[in-house]
Unconditional design. Structure first.
Length: 133
């Protein structure tokens, strides 16, 4: 697994309606896309800063992953995503190196990405996402 760059930083927020204008003002750029990922029970909003995206995540279900994160930790950085050539192969390589996997194979994510997560228990407390187009 050799990441090519930081693909995005995921930030959990209570409300996209409240957060989008704040980040537009802070970053000096417009949100270029919003979408709902139903199977992940989340709505997302994206900003491009150089080559890196900022992904805002609003829960659509309090029992979903973002809903639980917000309940436990409040708003803030949720995950760090690295671009790789092939997310499934990168997950398999990480597993062979002894890292705990949340996903054994990649799945569809927001913004047309294939995604998979490494468990924060094996990544020094940081939820790591591996992704590719």
């Amino acid at each position: 697994m050799k990441p090519t760059h930081i693909e995005h930083i995921g930030i959990a927020v209570k409300s996209l309606d409240d957060s989008i204008p704040y980040y537009e003002s802070l970053l000096g750029t417009s949100c270029y896309k919003t979408e709902e990922v139903k199977d992940q029970r989340v709505k997302t909003a994206f900003f491009l800063v150089g080559q890196t995206k900022i992904e805002l995540l609003e829960s659509t279900d309090p029992e979903g992953p973002i809903g639980k994160f917000l309940e436990k930790k409040g708003e803030g950085v949720h995950h760090l995503a690295f671009a790789v050539d092939n997310a499934t192969e990168a997950l398999q390589e990480a597993g062979q190196k002894g890292l705990m996997l949340i996903d054994k194979v990649s799945r569809k994510g927001a913004d047309g990405m294939n995604i998979g997560f490494l468990h924060p228990k094996s990544t020094h407390g940081v939820l790591i996402e591996l992704c590719n187009k």
